[in-house]
Design a protein around this ligand. Structure first.
Ligand code: SAM
Length: 354
């Protein structure tokens, strides 16, 4: 017999409204059931397995000035580097030798990576590692650019929407960036055929619980194949450096760890087939973050394959974890940690099961 609470959750996630989701977010009585049901939903569709992706942070140059981000253009003290195509291919070779079959190329919006250069890189990766998947996370580009990258062989594209509320988006970004354009990019990526990932930060400055409910509703409308949800973590050289002590930036999110895990669980229930990472930011926030997200329905982890000498330079927020289980070389550590929690580590492509 399903409990009344469970029935209420199921009813809401099948016909979600912003108000009903907000009710679930506000009422802690539901949270344990939501997380348990989310874990069961993941198991039903993907089994008790966790897919590994090798993350390559290709550039810390960025033309954008997102207020929350450590590599934003106005941060003159950020360490800047850019991997050459050969270095990227080397990372993929290392990754392939470790058994990875998905490579995630992420970076700031760096104009050095023209369509021609990126297409060449993608074609080379695909030629050297037939059958692998290439995921890009390189921000906003033109529809034509996305199309060329897709035709060159890229399979997936991650572009978090960050927040689905225009006023909140404007609080986090400079005026030249708009939520409308972000959403148009996401729609274009999906139409072109990418397995597309959206997502958002939890506990960002001025975020309310209503904003979070709106984020979940946007996910149900876009219906992306991947969802990245992580806590906001301040960077000491950003306009949000004093986030913890400045009331003008206060968020309604009291406990970012539990709220991020709850958002992962609700995303799983709303989009049962989605690929959902337990993010590095969550692992940075708490040593228990990764396991809690997996138990609440996440099914991907993205260990770092970037060259070791640049890992310290891709600092989106303070104290970013890039060693231990966050490092691709520590595969055995990952396998053991996952097995200890009852999960199977899966190095296959792990495509969306639609
Ligand atoms: N430039 C690409 C883009 O904008 O999608 C990819 C790189 S961007 C740095 C990757 C993600 O990092 C963003 O989508 C954002 O959610 C996350 N991020 C940036 N700064 C952060 C912070 N201070 N705390 C948590 N996450 C952050």
């Amino acid at each position: 017999m399903r409990s009344t609470r469970e029935q209420t959750i199921q009813r809401i996630v099948q016909m979600p409204t912003r108000e009903a989701l907000l009710g679930l977010i506000r009422d802690e009585e539901y949270h344990d059931d939501i997380k348990r049901l989310a874990g069961e939903t993941r198991d039903r569709i993907y089994g008790h397995r966790v897919y590994l992706r090798g993350l390559i942070e290709i550039s810390s140059y960025c033309k954008n000035n997102c207020y929350y981000c450590g590599i934003r253009s106005a941060n003159r003290n950020a360490l800047r580097y850019r991997l050459t195509p050969e270095q990227i291919l080397d990372c993929c070779r290392t990754g392939a030798s470790l058994g990875f079959s998905t490579f995630v190329l992420q970076g700031g919006e760096d104009p050095w990576y023209t369509d021609r250069r990126l297409c060449e890189i993608i074609r080379s990766i695909k030629a050297e590692h037939p059958g692998c998947a290439v995921t890009l996370s390189l921000g906003e580009r033109s529809r034509e650019s996305y199309r060329l990258l897709y035709e060159a062989g890229a399979d997936r594209y991650l572009l978090r929407h960050e927040t689905a509320t225009p006023g909140h988006y404007a609080r986090l970004h400079p005026p030249e960036l708009s939520l409308e354009h972000r959403m148009r990019c996401l729609a274009a990526l999906k139409e072109i055929g990418f397995q597309t990932g959206a997502g958002f930060m939890v506990g960002s400055p001025c975020q309310t619980l209503e904003h979070l409910a709106a984020d979940l509703i946007y996910l149900t409308e876009l219906n992306p194949q991947m969802v990245g949800i992580g806590p906001f973590l301040p960077h000491h050289e950003s306009p949000f450096a004093d986030f913890a002590s400045d009331p003008s930036m206060a968020t309604e999110v009291q406990d970012p760890l539990s709220m991020t895990v709850l958002m992962v669980a609700l995303a799983r229930l709303l989009l049962p087939h989605a690929l959902i990472p337990a993010t590095t930011a969550l692992a940075t926030l708490s040593t228990e973050g990764r396991e809690k997200a997996l138990d609440a329905g996440a099914n991907v982890i993205m260990p770092n394959l970037s060259p070791e000498d640049v890992r310290g330079a891709y600092l989106l927020y303070d104290n970013k974890a890039s060693f231990g289980t966050e490092a691709a070389e520590s595969l055995e550590k990952n396998r053991l940690a996952l097995e200890k929690s009852g999960y199977i580590m899966d190095m296959s492509r792990g495509d969306y099961i639609g």
